[in-house]
Write a protein that binds this ligand. Structure first.
Ligand SMILES: [Mn+2]
Length: 289
């Protein structure tokens, strides 16, 4: 399966502008399972997504979209971390002028990717959309848990901007307050959107990596996820922020994680994710060239 099921000349990894990297992994999932099926479900519905962006009015596939072979799941969280780190390096997914888009899988796929990016670029910032802070030092007995993903990311960059957060422990709040400063909660966004947008743009410096946990959205937009939290972000809030960030910053890569398809006829979550991939392509079409 490949994203958009494009003809050969538009899906060649050697020349494509966008590289889709599936990472079906769920080693440390704490509640509802199924995110291992996330990448395939997103690829399957991508056929139904228009290549023509309805806002910017152009075809986002003109410079190619290649889908790479999946990174297969490993036996332990440590091995999984290493496998992702090595594969992203070997496949040289961060290359000038190209943008890798990783499809999870649980959120623990993000730290090894960020590690590679941090080794390549001088200064990177991470923009995270998520319901959860993911800042626990360890969770369910492992430092490589999806609940510790952003705590691990802080080992590679101190510049993390967290949007949509509405579920965190006292430890997460206290431990990381000095580094992360303040979560941009859905409530804060609703109250003063332009202030929040200014804060996000101001804090993001250097090259930008974007990680989107699908549970950042309100469960109405993405019910198929391991730990759905009410009171989430709306489609236009997320896309508007992505648009502004893409217009003024250099995006080096993105991931979309924690899609756990419900199965049957309810494809809302994977459809939202596939549309989001399209938006990331459209907004960054002329970026990073
Ligand atoms: Mn997360």
């Amino acid at each position: 399966m490949s994203f958009f099921s494009l003809p050969k000349e538009l899906s060649d990894p050697a020349t494509a502008k966008f590289l889709i990297q599936p990472i079906p992994y769920e080693g440390t999932v704490s509640f509802i399972k199924g995110t291992i099926n996330g990448p395939d479900a997103i690829l399957a519905v991508s056929d139904q997504v228009e290549h023509f962006d309805e806002e910017l009015l152009f075809d986002m596939t003109q410079h190619g979209v290649a889908t790479l072979p999946s990174i297969p799941p490993a036996d332990s969280p440590e091995e999984q971390f290493d496998r992702i780190y090595q594969t992203v390096r070997e496949r040289k997914l961060f290359r000038n002028g190209r943008i890798p888009i990783f499809l999870g899988g649980e959120h623990s796929i993000t730290p090894p990717i960020v590690r590679v990016a941090a080794e390549i670029y001088n200064e990177i910032s991470v923009l995270q959309f998520d319901a959860h802070a993911d800042l626990r030092n360890s969770y369910t007995g492992t430092k490589y848990s999806h609940g510790s993903a952003m705590r691990r990311v802080l080992e590679y960059t101190s510049n993390l901007v967290q949007v949509g957060i509405r579920s965190f422990s006292e430890e997460e709040l206290n431990d990381c307050q000095d580094r992360v400063k303040k979560f941009i909660t859905p409530e804060l966004l609703k109250k003063d959107y332009s202030f929040c947008l200014d804060q996000i743009l101001h804090k993001l410096t250097g090259q930008i990596y974007i990680t989107i946990d699908i549970d950042a959205f309100d469960p109405a937009y993405a019910p198929g996820t391991g730990t759905p939290e009410p009171g989430g972000l709306a489609w236009r809030e997320v896309t508007d922020i992505l648009k502004h960030v893409s217009e003024s910053k250099k995006i080096i890569g993105c991931d979309i994680v924690e899609v756990a398809p419900l199965g049957g006829k309810n494809v809302i979550t994977e459809f939202t994710a596939a549309r989001l991939v399209g938006k990331l392509m459209a907004y960054n079409y002329n970026n990073n060239m």
